[in-house]
Design a protein around this ligand. Structure first.
Ligand code: ADP
Ligand code: MG
Length: 139
């Protein structure tokens, strides 16, 4: 069993896609084991995306990520990290495969509806960024 972090980004919340995103993950057999709504400060968005701080889009990305509420969630399942990334589609919606969330709903490479961790180390950091032990289901 593997855990990963996904986020419905401000554009996804604004477009009423919280349920749609959760439905696609659950339909793929992933379990939501933690979920909440949050609204990041600029500093908190910069902390979350610290790995991208040298990228030219860092300022714009972090401003976007604190522009409205978001819905972070922890998902658990076999190959959860890869499954979530497959369901999301490529970063740029123009390159995303048909039937992926980003192909179906994203407006641009930045406003692309959804986040998903890209590896086990980043998943552990990102889950811990939003959830403490009491906020995650132990079933
Ligand atoms: P992904 O979210 O697919 O893992 P990255 O980790 O490369 O993509 O980038 C993080 C986020 O930064 C993207 O989801 C997107 O919102 C934004 N982003 C990535 N590349 C660009 C770009 N060239 N211009 C603007 N925003 C970008
Ligand atoms: Mg990434």
């Amino acid at each position: 069993m593997e855990k990963t972090l996904s986020i419905v980004k401000p554009d996804g919340v604004n477009k009423n896609l919280i349920g749609e995103v959760v439905k696609r993950f659950e339909s793929a057999g992933l379990k939501v084991i933690a979920i909440k709504m949050a609204h990041l400060t600029k500093k908190q968005a910069e902390g979350f995306y610290a790995v991208h701080k040298e990228r030219p889009f860092f300022g714009s990305l972090t401003t976007f990520m604190c522009s409205g509420p978001i819905v972070p969630m922890t998902l658990e399942g076999k190959d959860a990290i890869r499954k979530v990334r497959d369901i999301m589609g490529a970063t740029n919606p123009k390159d995303a495969k048909a039937g992926t969330i980003r192909k179906d709903f994203a407006d641009s490479i930045e406003s692309n509806i959804v986040h998903g961790s890209d590896g086990t180390d980043t998943a552990a950091f990102e889950i811990g960024y939003f959830f403490n032990a009491t906020e995650i289901s132990r079933r």
